[in-house]
Design a protein around this ligand. Structure first.
Ligand code: CTP
Length: 426
């Protein structure tokens, strides 16, 4: 069934970009119904937004005709996702306070649908303690608040607060509602309509991006490793495997042959993916060797750095207060070994979880391990919540030629971006 977005446009200079967003969403065969706040109409007209959505634009809570034909509750019930773009500081403050004094805020208070807010405002408003407090609370309440871009602003100042570009917003929306994002639909003219007014993209048989990796073999490691100490104990870490599985899923949807070498995780195998389950780093290394050759390897696993020097056959017994009889030895570095392997994949991608000096540490890891790209997880800033086990990720893609930051995105959206970059290279 066609996916539907309820787009709430609030009043900021970036409101004009909502027109572009609607255009790109509709090209992705996503229906858009729009609501404007009163101040949004000072920046763009309901007529121009209505032309883009090819639908009535809603604004007045007390418009009886609207309420009779389609009540404010109904507006959000029909949507798969509510997107606020741009989301002003004022609107987010009202959301945080639970204020419902117009149609937009009433919908937001009454809805049971996921909400994605795309902020845009002056840098000082963004940095203000009140705004940051509101955003923190909204994120805790389950609202997805994207982090705005930095740069020159319409007001002449410089810093964070610029609206993220519509293609990037679309990418996040697509990841949220399970639509394949296609960069090629983000540029060019308005959506082409047939004489009957139907958007041609509705007739698009093949989802965007499908099969661009046909004939390629992608090798992915994911999850933690478990290093046995004795029959009942092991060394482990908090990796959930979600990011690696999301990458495997995206690669398979792009038509690649995917070998997913998974440590112990409780996740379903993505459709079309060959999964090889392993426990320890040593097992993971042999499974990687067995799966070669590959066109690209993406090493997402959080491999344990050490294992017990001796895996005891029987449960190790305590000896009073004596130190644990445990000696650890280093595990092989699977990524570094693959970089020197005679069957080294053409593109070798490592991951790095860092909490400080992210770019410096990641660049050092890139050259130390001999891989082509390092994807650095910024585990210090993701929504104030843990990246490990969580659903969001802040990452930097670091290559020999530069770096790209993907901010506070879902793991599915991060996977989509990474696989698009990889598909470009392959
Ligand atoms: N990696 C690996 N084998 C290991 C350790 C890590 O293949 N024994 C891979 C990971 O899958 C990841 C990258 O190397 O792609 C970086 O892992 P990370 O744990 O961040 O790096 P370490 O080398 O362990 O460095 P440190 O813990 O000191 O940051």
């Amino acid at each position: 069934m066609k996916k539907q977005i309820l787009l709430i446009v609030s009043g900021g200079i970036a409101a004009y970009k909502s027109l572009e967003l609607v255009r790109i969403l509709r090209r992705h065969n996503i229906a858009v119904r729009a609501v404007m706040t009163k101040s949004a109409t000072e920046f763009i007209t309901p007529l121009s937004l209505g032309v883009m959505t090819e639908d009535q634009v809603y604004g007045d809570m007390f418009d009886l005709k609207d309420e009779r034909e389609i009540g404010h509750i109904q507006l959000s019930r029909q949507a798969d996702l509510i997107v606020i773009c741009p989301a002003t500081a004022n609107l987010m403050a009202k959301m945080n306070a639970g204020i419902a004094d117009d149609l937009a805020t009433t919908i937001l208070l009454a809805t049971n649908k996921p909400v994605l807010a795309v902020p845009a405002m002056n840098v000082r408003m963004w940095n203000h303690a009140a705004t940051q407090r509101n955003i923190n609370q909204l994120r805790k309440d389950g609202i997805m608040v994207m982090t705005p871009d930095s740069g020159a602003m319409a007001c002449g100042e410089f810093g964070p607060g610029r609206l993220i570009e519509p293609p990037e917003i679309t990418r996040e929306i697509c990841a949220q509602i399970g639509v394949t994002f296609d960069t090629s639909l983000c540029h060019g003219q308005s959506p082409t309509t047939q004489s009957n007014g139907q958007d041609i993209s509705e007739n698009n048989q093949s989802p965007a991006g499908e099969n661009i990796l046909a004939g390629k073999h992608i090798l992915i490691t994911a999850g933690p490793t478990h290093e046995a100490i004795d029959p009942v104990r092991y060394i482990a870490n908090r990796s959930s495997g979600k990011q690696g599985f999301a990458i495997a899923d995206t690669a398979a949807k792009m038509g690649a042959k995917v070998s997913l070498i998974a440590g112990p995780v409780s996740l379903a195998t993505p459709a079309g993916v060959t999964r090889i389950d392993v426990q320890s780093a040593m097992d993971m290394q042999s499974a990687v060797d067995d799966a070669l050759p590959a066109d690209c390897a993406i090493m997402v696993a959080a491999v344990a750095d050490w294992r017990a020097a001796h895996n005891a056959e029987q449960k190790i017994k305590k000896d009073g207060d004596a130190l644990a009889p445990l000696q650890l030895i280093a595990n092989p570095d699977i990524l570094a070994a693959l970089a020197k392997h005679e069957k080294r994949p053409k593109l070798l991608v490592g991951f790095a979880a860092e909490t400080e000096n992210i770019l410096d540490h990641a660049r050092a890891k890139l050259s130390r391990k001999g891989c082509d790209w390092i994807i650095a997880n910024d585990v210090s800033t993701s929504n104030g919540q843990g990246v490990m086990g969580g659903d969001h990720n802040d990452v930097h893609i670091i290559t020999a030629n530069g770096e790209e930051n993907i901010k506070h995105a879902t793991k599915e959206s991060v996977a989509q971006t990474i696989m698009e970059r990889i598909a470009n290279v392959l």
